[in-house]
Design a binder for this molecule. Structure first.
Ligand code: SF4
Ligand code: SF4
Length: 422
């Protein structure tokens, strides 16, 4: 017999989950927006299907493992949220459910090892750099590498860019208009450290002083999205302590990190840090939003060159943070830029944190489709605001033989200021 999830049931996360479950009226408007429904065509892999499954599990009518394959296949892309006329906060359900389900879901030793390896390397730049270097050797060793590690090897870039470092404080050029703290991002600073260099350059040119708190760490997003609540809480607390209060905003230039930091109140719900987590997350802003709110002090010079740019909406920027206009506005501020929209732009590119490792076939299918849609725009460059999307786009465009360049919005803007093409 069904009963409503009561406040207090399932600990501190029970209430937001109950609210999300009860808000769903099962209308099905979200189905068309969901990439896994698009791929698999079955009800249990839709937002509505997953909500029903999670409800039944939380009410004790189904075993946890009944929901596992469908919950595991969810990208966490949140395309279902803007599509929902009832305003179901799906984000309040999926990650909390994964955290509660962690001890109940059945995983093979191989799956556990792969998850453990990802959790112990990706959030730590030093370890991640070493792991990518080891992956290059692993590729050379080929079949001698254990099967568990092969999907990780396939994802590793052929070359790891040299490490870059940034000053704890970079002063604004000219008169200071604002002071911000920047999250450096863990995977991003290894896979493409130039994104932070470009971000700092664009901000300081526009009169913004940039602080990089030395004690900062991973945003905790990877742990949160894979159900490791304890690790997500530890990462969140570290950042609560590391970021200074005397800044106008805490900026992120990676959509996934920004979205995770916006959920610190949920990650730390029911703990003594909940209130300060809530205050913290309200200060977190994507770099594009901060720049548009403040206004560009100088626009890039007109080199007389036309540039055809497609903009890819990262799910964790567009759906999770409702940031769609600001990056486009920044790109349009560059003289000579023609901006192109990507068909079926709401569909996730398949990157989604460790989705490539956990669901390689679905991730590859979504990545191939996205690469085709980007190439079909006729653009010469695709810009986005998330390292996961950039890596996925790069890999699938290269696989398809496309020479289209892939750049972060801040890199495009920095290059435009410098009057160069990269
Ligand atoms: S659109 Fe919203 S209310 Fe309708 S089924 Fe989907 S989540 Fe439920
Ligand atoms: S988060 Fe994305 S994959 Fe998951 S149910 Fe919503 S739309 Fe589907």
């Amino acid at each position: 017999m069904l009963h409503t999830i009561k406040p207090g049931e399932h600990g501190a996360l029970g209430e937001p989950m109950a609210h999300a479950v009860q808000a769903c009226v099962h209308c099905g408007f979200c189905l068309a927006a969901c990439p896994t429904y698009h791929e698999l065509g079955q009800e249990m892999d839709t937002p509505r299907g997953r909500i029903v499954l999670m409800k039944q599990v939380l009410e004790g009518n189904l075993p946890w493992t009944a929901a596992q394959p469908h919950v595991d296949r969810c990208l966490g892309c949140l395309a279902c949220e803007p599509a929902c006329p009832s305003g179901v906060p799906y984000r309040d359900l999926i990650s909390p459910f994964r955290a509660l389900a962690q001890p109940h879901f059945k995983r093979t030793p191989v799956e556990r090892l792969r998850r453990w390896l990802a959790g112990q390397t990706i959030p730590f730049p030093g370890r991640f750099r070493l792991a990518l270097r080891a992956a290059r050797v692993g590729r050379w060793l080929g079949p001698l590498v254990p099967r568990v590690l092969r999907p990780m090897l396939e994802l590793a870039p052929a070359a790891v860019p040299p490490a870059e470092s940034w000053a704890p404080v970079t002063p604004a050029h000219g008169l200071r208009r604002a002071r911000v703290a920047l999250l450096a991002g863990c995977a991003q600073q290894v896979l493409d450290p130039d994104i932070n260099t470009a971000t700092i350059d664009v901000l300081t040119r526009n009169g913004i002083e940039v602080v990089l708190p030395p004690a900062q760490g991973c945003c905790g997003g990877l742990a949160w999205h894979t159900g490791d609540l304890a690790a997500a809480q530890a990462f969140a607390r570290r950042n609560l302590d590391a970021f200074p209060a005397d800044v106008d905003a805490i900026l992120t230039n990676a959509a996934g990190c920004g979205s995770a930091m916006h959920e610190y109140h949920l990650i730390l719900r029911g703990t003594p840090d909940e209130a300060r987590a809530d205050a913290f997350r309200r200060r977190v802003v994507d770099v594009s939003v901060f720049l548009i709110r403040l206004g560009l002090r100088e626009t890039p010079p007109d080199t007389g060159r036309r540039q055809r740019i497609a903009y890819h909406d990262a799910c964790h920027l567009a759906n999770a943070q409702n940031v769609r206009c600001e990056p486009r506005e920044l790109l349009r501020a560059i003289p000579g830029v023609e901006l192109y929209e990507i068909a079926e732009g709401h569909l996730c590119c398949g990157s989604a944190g460790t989705y490539n490792l956990d669901q390689p076939a679905l991730a590859a299918s979504l990545g191939e489709q996205k690469a085709r849609a980007v190439a079909a725009t006729g653009a010469e460059l695709v810009a986005s605001g998330n390292i996961g999307c950039l890596t996925q786009l790069q890999a699938h465009l290269a696989k398809s033989g496309s020479a289209l360049r892939v750049r972060h919005t801040m890199q495009v803007l920095r290059d435009a200021y410098e009057g160069r093409e990269k």
